[in-house]
Ligand binder design. Structure first.
Ligand SMILES: [Zn+2]
Length: 120
């Protein structure tokens, strides 16, 4: 297996782990973790792209398929990052449960996820 193939495999499994379940309560801390993971995936993707360019500059045969898959992957990761940033921004007017990190409406007295008392 080439380094590029193993990179793609890792990137895909990382995307699976990030799990985009709908309807699930998204906590602020989970969003922050997702953001950090996506940023790491983006760095890895750029690194692979760079290493691909380097090999080519050193005389390796141009691998169009490899280039296309990595560009597609970078676009996907960028979309994920934008989505997470949008969610983080919309979390701005909500309370964050100090016990579990879940988001609650500003006027909620109790956390909808763990039931902890919110606010003062
Ligand atoms: Zn809670």
């Amino acid at each position: 297996m080439s380094g590029f193939e193993s990179f793609l495999e890792k990137a895909v499994s990382a995307a699976d782990l990030a799990g985009r379940k709908t309807g699930e309560m998204i906590s602020y801390s989970k969003l922050k973790i997702r953001q950090a993971k996506d940023n790491n995936r983006l760095s890895d993707a750029y690194e692979s792209l760079g290493s691909l360019c380097y090999s080519e500059a050193k005389g390796a045969k141009h691998d169009d398929e490899a280039f296309c898959s990595i560009i597609t992957l970078i676009d996907e990761i960028k979309r994920d990052i934008e989505e997470t940033e949008r969610l983080l921004a919309s979390a701005g007017d909500k309370s964050v449960c100090p016990a579990c990190g879940a988001l609650a409406a500003e006027d909620d007295l109790y956390c909808p996820k763990c039931g902890a008392k919110l606010g003062i």
